[in-house]
Ligand binder design. Structure first.
Ligand SMILES: [Zn+2]
Ligand SMILES: [Zn+2]
Length: 252
């Protein structure tokens, strides 16, 4: 199966919300439903509105019909972590698609405090959604034919996970939240998050840099990259890394 992946940069923090669909049956998961719920709903249901910023699949209703793609149906919210920019609008999405919400247990505290976290940055989010299911490190899950391997990667937050989705026609796709960025790493100084630079560095080295070099990396903010690129060029981890003791990343 070749997953159909759409990327939406949403909200004031331009968080990457990824929408992954099994083109064989229309099953769809939403990775990090952080903002702009109406944009997601109108495009996924009706091909109306702004749509995604990037896609490896059809970009119009006509094209989808020509390719014989079934109508989409959302089956789960699958989160990399619980900072409000990644999970803040799941309550709005839940009004439309009442499906399970997956999160690692280590981020339950952060999720419960979403309104407080958002207020610190001057943003408002609804009362937070309650996770229904917990990721386990090293487990592989099946969402109607969409396979996800979960790697727990704490350091930016206690419950951060990387979601690895295989692709029969090419390299795998790694949705890494705010663990690793193109040329950067996640912040480790955010309140209520349990951040730690030594832990984050260890997570990147043990959980991400052990993936094949051609694995496509979808960070929570900014451009895509690959594992191989970051191994040789990231200034904080990998071959070029200096000895940093106090790293401060850019993104929430
Ligand atoms: Zn973020
Ligand atoms: Zn974050």
């Amino acid at each position: 199966m070749r997953p159909w992946i759409e990327e939406y940069f949403v909200g004031p923090l331009q968080m990457r919300c990824s929408v992954v669909t099994n083109p064989e049956n229309g099953a769809t998961i939403i990775i990090d439903g952080g903002d702009e719920p109406e944009r997601l709903i109108s495009w996924i249901d009706d091909w109306e509105g702004l749509g995604p910023d990037d896609s490896n699949g059809p970009v119009s209703h006509n094209q989808s019909e020509q390719e014989g793609l079934p109508k989409r149906h959302v089956v789960a919210y699958t989160n990399t972590h619980a900072h409000f920019d990644h999970s803040g609008m799941i309550p709005e999405l839940l009004k439309h698609w009442k499906v399970p919400f997956w999160l690692h247990e280590g981020d339950h505290h952060l999720q419960a405090n979403a309104q407080k976290s958002a207020a610190r940055w001057g943003f408002t989010v609804p009362p937070p959604a309650t996770p229904t299911d917990e990721w386990q490190d090293g487990q592989t899950y099946d969402f109607s034919g969409i396979t996800i391997e979960v790697r727990h990667a704490p350091g930016h937050s206690l419950g951060s996970v990387c979601l690895i989705i295989p692709d029969d026609s090419g390299p795998s796709h790694a949705f890494v939240g705010d663990v690793l960025f193109a040329g950067g790493v996640g912040r480790t100084d955010l309140p209520d998050s349990g951040g730690s630079w030594p832990l984050l560095k260890q997570s990147i080295e043990e959980k991400l840099f052990t993936l094949p070099d051609d694995t496509i990396v979808y960070p929570g903010h900014g451009p895509k990259t690959t594992i191989g690129t970051e191994k040789v060029s990231n200034p904080f981890v990998g071959e070029l890394a200096q000895s940093f003791t106090n790293v401060r990343g850019r993104y929430i």
